[in-house]
Design a binder for this molecule. Structure first.
Ligand code: AP5
Length: 217
């Protein structure tokens, strides 16, 4: 069973997916994380995706489908939180046609305002080794630029620079917002207010997902 987390960059999809993994035993599948792993490992996918991601644009649909097919798995008992896919109508249609035991049972739209998003993304810093997330004001590592978790270097994500943030937000409006319309009338869609602190968002999100997952089982 698949739960889709859809929202603009910085809406908190990754943060909420991690909480769902910890608290509900679901599995997270983040297409952004999968692509960054390809880049770290210098695979052909990583080589072709790096520059596109740095600019804040979308990686081609066929690459994403390849990643999805490789990562979804075939265990029908698993609940997978899909973070970052689909990002356009073509991907939404591909997901609907996918030969897989997993079917979409919930579409949670994390809805955050632009000002909140820009603050979160422009202040974000991440560990280059383990991916732990920090913020220049809200959550600094105890030692400057050194990850508390693994000692790795804490850096700015290349696509968190102002011009890339602006492109990512434009891409969301142009390509991903229509995906929300696609799901809105399908009976699986819930909008969750995502400007609040992570715990407030988690409470609202988990409330809607519990009943969606129960209905699907
Ligand atoms: P991806 O990694 O998916 O990036 P994104 O969608 O831009 O999402 P972010 O990770 O920036 O934000 P998020 O909503 O997950 O928020 P997070 O929890 O991290 O994709 C990167 C790129 O890969 C894309 O631009 C594209 O190039 C490519 N790609 C990926 N999927 C693709 C696809 N399907 N098709 C084509 N290309 C694809 O939080 C952000 C920050 O805010 C963190 O610092 C966090 O600590 C903080 N925060 C989160 N929630 C809160 C809260 N409630 N209160 C305060 N701070 C919060």
């Amino acid at each position: 069973m698949i739960i889709l987390l859809v929202g603009a960059p910085g809406a908190g999809k990754g943060t909420q997916a991690d909480l769902l993994v910890k608290r509900c035993g679901f599995r997270k599948l983040s297409t952004g994380d999968a692509l960054r792993k390809h880049i770290r490992e210098n695979t052909p996918i990583g080589k072709s995706a790096a520059a596109i991601m740095e600019q804040g644009k979308l990686v081609p649909d066929d690459v994403l489908l390849e990643i999805l097919n490789a990562e979804l798995g075939n265990d029908p008992a698993e609940v997978i939180v899909l973070d970052g896919y689909p990002r356009n109508l073509n991907q939404a249609r591909a997901l609907a046609k996918l030969q897989s035991p997993h079917k979409v049972c919930a579409v949670a739209h994390l809805d955050a305002s632009r000002a909140v998003i820009v603050d979160r993304l422009s202040g974000r810093r991440v560990c280059s080794q383990c991916g732990t997330s920090y913020h220049v004001v809200e959550k600094r590592p105890s030692k400057d630029q050194i990850c508390d978790n693994c000692g790795g270097a804490v850096v700015q994500r290349p696509d968190d620079r102002p011009d890339s943030i602006a492109t990512r937000l434009d891409v969301f409006e142009e390509s991903t917002a229509p995906v929300l319309d696609y799901y809105r009338n399908g009976g699986l869609y819930d909008k969750v207010e995502a400007d609040g602190d992570p715990e407030a968002v988690a409470k609202a999100l988990q409330k809607v997902l519990v009943s969606r997952v129960e209905k699907c089982r």
